[in-house]
Write a protein that binds this ligand. Structure first.
Ligand code: PEP
Ligand code: MN
Length: 338
């Protein structure tokens, strides 16, 4: 339920309604607006006491929320969330470009890519230090050394960074080195990780589980929001389907679906969807044409020698071309990439 306070209700009135919500055994979650405060009522369903709350003199209306998530819903917050990451932001009318290698392999490799991302017009530098690999025999990442390299290169090229946190054990360390925490597709429903990552206060890039529905993805985001961290960006990175011409199927239809149901920004990751270099550009353009707030692209100076995801990584020149074309599509749909 959402309690809508009367216009310009006093703080005392808001406190009183919160007290009544607590008396019913629920948690009040106030969201002050310009002239009106909304109070989310959080608790196990079915929620009782709607009529009681509606009858309070300070209350204008009480709405049932039709979705199992509340804080992530458009009903709760009609306007788009803008997620701040270092000196940039994701959301609104802007198309953000997040790019970097799949894995941080060395300072030299990361520096070449960092400079390429910056000069092509990218906004955030990505790179994995702890890699969630399908095979235990594959390269698992440089660990803390990788985090240090990413941070150093980010500072040198003046780009904020994002890197994946794979478990709660390395959460504190990962959060120390990066501006934004990524939760990967394999961890989207790791609720302990979601909650603990939320509590670091860092913005979170939440990737859709490879078999998760749109609703399940928004519910995963709700775990983060429910910890008081509203800085969540959703990422469509392709889902498992029956087709065998692609690694995953980029679900372009999920972009408007997320945006209708939630105020959180949505980006696409065509690299992990495609799995192959030649599909990355068309899928990036399709994602932005469909309304994505950004793209995440893997870039490597020498993909043939990459320690992970070589076949899908772009060389810097192809990446620059992709950014230039994405800018044209962004402008064609009334957005900007600058
Ligand atoms: C990544 O972005 O580095 C990654 C491993 O992606 P995903 O979790 O989508 O597979
Ligand atoms: Mn990768």
């Amino acid at each position: 339920m959402i309690v809508i306070m009367k216009v310009n209700a006093s703080q005392a009135a808001i406190d009183r309604v919160q007290f009544e919500i607590e008396k019913l055994g629920y948690i009040p979650r106030p969201a002050p607006g310009e002239s009106r405060t909304l109070i989310g009522v959080i608790g196990p369903k079915p929620l009782r006491g709607k009529q009681h709350l509606q009858a309070l003199p300070e209350v204008s209306d009480v709405l049932d929320i039709s979705t199992p998530y509340k804080l992530a819903s458009r009903e709760w917050q009609p306007q788009d969330t803008i997620v701040k990451v270092g000196n940039t932001s994701i959301g609104g009318n802007k198309v953000s470009v997040i790019a970097g290698p799949c894995s941080i392999e060395s300072y030299e490799q990361t520096k070449i890519v960092g400079e390429a991302v910056k000069s092509a017009g990218g906004h955030i530098l990505r790179g994995g230090a702890f890699k969630p690999r399908t095979s235990p025999y594959s390269f698992q990442g440089l660990g803390e050394e990788g985090l240090k390299i990413l941070k150093q290169v980010g500072l040198e090229v003046n780009l904020p960074t994002v890197t994946e946190v794979i478990d709660t054990e390395v959460l504190e360390m990962t959060a120390e080195y990066t501006d934004m925490l990524q939760i990967g597709t394999r961890n989207m429903q790791n609720y302990t990780l979601l909650k603990e990552a939320a509590r670091t206060g860092k913005p979170i890039l939440l990737k859709r589980g490879m078999s998760a529905t749109v609703k399940e993805t928004i519910l995963a985001a709700e775990y983060i929001l429910n910890e008081g961290n509203e800085q969540v960006t959703l990422c469509e990175r392709g889902i498992r389907t029956f087709v065998d011409h692609t690694r995953n199927t980029l679900d372009v239809s999920a972009i408007p679906a997320f945006q209708r149901l939630s105020h959180l920004p949505v980006i696409v990751d065509p690299s992990h969807a495609a799995g192959k270099r030649h599909k990355v550009l068309p899928l990036a353009l399709a994602g932005v044409a469909a309304g994505a707030h950004g793209i995440m692209i893997e870039v490597h100076p020498n993909p043939e020698e990459a320690l992970s995801d070589g076949p899908q990584q772009l060389v810097p020149a192809d990446f620059k071309d992709l950014v230039d074309r994405t800018r044209m599509v962004a402008e064609a749909v009334g957005k900007r990439l600058d």
